[in-house]
Design a protein around this ligand. Structure first.
Ligand code: 6GU
Length: 233
């Protein structure tokens, strides 16, 4: 998978992809992340990329020309499956969207700043809009880093058995069960007996029960309209 990120703050996007699983995905050649500084592609003087909004009002808007130039330059090099615009007014990102996007080959992600981007870019180039939640960030970069991390770890071959995504919270629509490590008795606080029983079937059953219980207690909204609705905990 190749992801091209368009930003006015490329510095914000270096560290998030330089460690741990994101680093390994790139070392293994399964993920390429390229960041492009929009200011390097503007035809305007003084590297201008934003301007006052028509109709008046506070806040600048990212101009269409630099974005169109950079998007079309990238499109001339390869075909893109998605051109994503990070924006708080988009549909909220979730695991289902992450799973779906992890199967794409090439994607462009546009990070907005100021009041956002000229709406003609959304109309004519953008194929999908993503918000990461109901709060406002000062720009799309941190949101893009979250989306790339969530997608990148799902690319086949990125995770091994130890880091497997199969049992992640949300992967089956439920929260993950509690986990424990050594010692089995820490200051008198004991690990549940079943986990020490050596009976894999019992362990699986217990984990599944715990997942359902946790989800019902903490995120009952996840059980609504799910396969688990009406299940008795
Ligand atoms: Cl994608 N961008 C910005 N600026 N704020 C957000 C967001 C995105 N998602 C939630 N808040």
């Amino acid at each position: 998978m190749r992801i091209d990120i368009i930003t006015v703050l490329p510095e914000l996007l270096t560290s998030p992809f330089s460690h741990s699983i994101m680093k390994r995905a790139q070392t293994k050649g399964l993920l390429e992340v390229h960041t492009h500084n929009l200011r390097d592609h503007t035809p305007y003087k003084q590297a201008q990329v934003d301007d006052y909004q028509f109709g008046g009002g506070a806040g600048m808007v990212m101009m269409p020309e630099p974005l169109a130039i950079l998007i079309e330059k990238l499109q001339a090099e390869r075909k893109y499956d998605e051109i994503i615009y990070m924006t708080p007014d988009g549909p909220v990102f979730n695991q289902k969207t992450a799973n779906m996007l992890s199967l794409k080959e090439n994607m462009i992600i546009i990070c907005g700043h100021y009041k956002g981007i000229d709406d003609r870019i959304r109309e004519h180039y953008v194929t999908r809009e993503i918000s990461i939640g109901d709060y406002v960030l000062s720009g799309g970069e941190l949101a893009a880093a979250i989306v790339v991390d969530a997608i990148g770890r799902l690319i086949p071959g990125v995770l091994n058995d130890e880091t497997s995504a199969l049992f992640d919270s949300f992967q089956d629509g439920l929260l993950a069960p509690p986990v424990y490590t050594r010692p089995a008795d820490f200051r008198g606080w004991k690990v549940p007996d079943v986990l020490l029983s050596g009976d894999p079937k019992k362990v699986d059953e217990w984990r599944h029960e715990q997942s359902l219980k946790r989800t019902a207690e903490r995120r009952p909204d996840l059980l609504k309209n799910s396969d688990w609705e009406g299940y008795r905990y």
